[in-house]
Write a protein that binds this ligand. Structure first.
Ligand SMILES: *Cc1c(COP(=O)(O)O)cnc(C)c1O
Length: 422
């Protein structure tokens, strides 16, 4: 209450620049002062049930005591220390645990501080591994329409061309091929033809496994991933799975690739990695890729090193998060959420203006014909006591995996009611 009355929001509003917002028309944001579990407390005393877990990060719920305790202890000992030349237990332990969690030879962990940078590092590893082996001219990364891999210039180039604003920034962006996901007969034929003609220029294929998240929560079958793996093997390409959204139980398994029974050569993780506590990302590569960087020459070393690389607070949060996956029933919770989402969102199918209702793991989507005014819809949802952020033509729920059944019911009911009223 008090901070709100001090006017920090109105004063700061003249100075902040919001994400993805037309600042001329953007409404003043809601003032958030406290989080707990699946709830966001506002400065004016209202409490919202959170349907999106702060952009899919807080998978254990906000302020989980085990994570808070781990980060608090780390904060006392060593909030940060540079990673070049100094090692610390939180990061070395986390790397060991992530390597154990990953199947196959996905054993080498590179730390960074955001998902976009983790993807940039994945691209750099794929391309430089070839250069290190003396293979020139294979610098392109094949990506897919509807995909999203980040907002930096390198990752914009492998996003969906519209999402990545390819035409606006034409000439400035790297040029990578972006084609349809091979999901049906025509797109499979086009994919195979594309590879026959262009595989010689490619270093890698990148995909968000099972769910294109920021592109509109569009699902694809596990067979698509098997097809990509087979093609990558056939043409000797590095396969990158961007699990920044799908990782850590979101699709019902710990990682989305488990649905398909195939492994990538590189995995990127972030979002839920620290349970939404602080920014941290990792790029995990196979032993085989790592080996391509070993030589007697500094010239073949991976040239990357974020200032806050492997920040100990983030690593402590991530280790505590991994503890929770071991000690609390997260995947069972994801399954229960999945069943409840299927049951409670199904009635939306009968409403006018609804194009599709779909659920995968702890992701529930109601797709409309169109959303004219996402901000108005968002405020209608706030009136009902929920925090949901409609975008494109969808309303979606990606709650904390720890959300209580009655809280989830508040979310699904609010979505039904605003769609019915629209
Ligand atoms: C969010 C996201 C990113 C980018 O992560 P940032 O931390 O926002 O840079 C990349 N890939 C996928 C699949 C994402 O969902």
């Amino acid at each position: 209450m008090t901070s709100f009355e001090q006017g920090w929001l109105e004063e700061g509003w003249r100075h902040v620049w919001l994400p993805y917002a037309q600042m001329q028309t953007a409404p003043l944001p809601l003032a958030a002062v406290r989080t707990a579990g699946s709830k966001i407390h506002l400065a004016d005393g209202r409490v919202l049930v959170d349907g999106i877990a702060s952009w899919w990060t807080s998978c254990h719920g906000y302020n989980h005591p085990h994570i808070i305790a781990a980060v608090t202890a780390q904060l006392q000992d060593m909030p940060h220390v540079m990673f070049g030349g100094l090692g610390h237990e939180p990061a070395y332990r986390l790397a060991t645990r992530l390597a154990k969690l990953m199947p196959g030879t996905l054993n080498r962990v590179f730390f960074s501080d955001s998902g976009s940078v983790a993807v940039e590092v994945a691209m750099k590893i794929a391309v430089q591994a070839r250069l290190n082996r003396g293979e020139r001219g294979r610098t392109k990364v094949l990506a897919f329409l509807g995909g999203y891999h980040g907002d930096t210039f390198g990752t914009m180039a492998i996003c969906d061309p519209e999402e990545g604003m390819h035409s606006l920034f034409a000439g400035l962006l790297q040029e990578h091929p972006v084609i349809a996901l091979p999901r049906d007969a025509p797109s499979i034929a086009a994919f195979e033809l594309f590879l026959e003609e262009h595989a010689g220029n490619l270093a890698a294929i990148i995909v968000e496994p099972l769910v294109q998240g920021a592109g509109g929560m569009v699902f694809h079958a596990p067979e698509v991933l098997q097809r990509l793996r087979a093609a990558a093997d056939h043409y000797g390409l590095t396969l990158i799975f961007d699990e920044i959204f799908t990782g850590f139980g979101r699709t019902g398994t710990m990682f989305a690739f488990e649905h398909a029974g195939v492994l990538p050569d590189i995995v990127t993780l972030s979002k839920a990695l620290t349970g939404g506590t602080s920014p941290l990302a990792v790029t995990i590569a196979t032993d085989e890729l790592f080996a391509a960087f070993l030589s007697d020459s500094a010239g073949t070393a991976l040239q990357h090193g974020p200032t806050f690389m492997a920040n100990p607070l983030g690593c402590a949060a991530a280790n505590a998060g991994l503890d929770l996956f071991e000690t609390e029933p997260r995947l069972a919770q994801a399954a229960a959420i999945s069943a409840q989402l299927s049951r409670e969102l199904a009635p939306c199918r009968e409403l006018p203006g609804v194009r599709d209702v779909r659920v995968l793991g702890a992701i529930g989507v109601v797709q409309l014909e169109r959303i004219e005014n996402p901000a108005a819809l968002r405020m209608a949802l706030v009136e009902k006591g929920v925090w949901v952020r409609p975008f494109r033509d969808i309303l979606y729920l990606t709650p904390a995996l720890t959300i209580a059944a009655d809280e989830l019911a508040v979310l699904t009911r609010a979505i039904f009611e605003v769609v019915a009223a629209a």
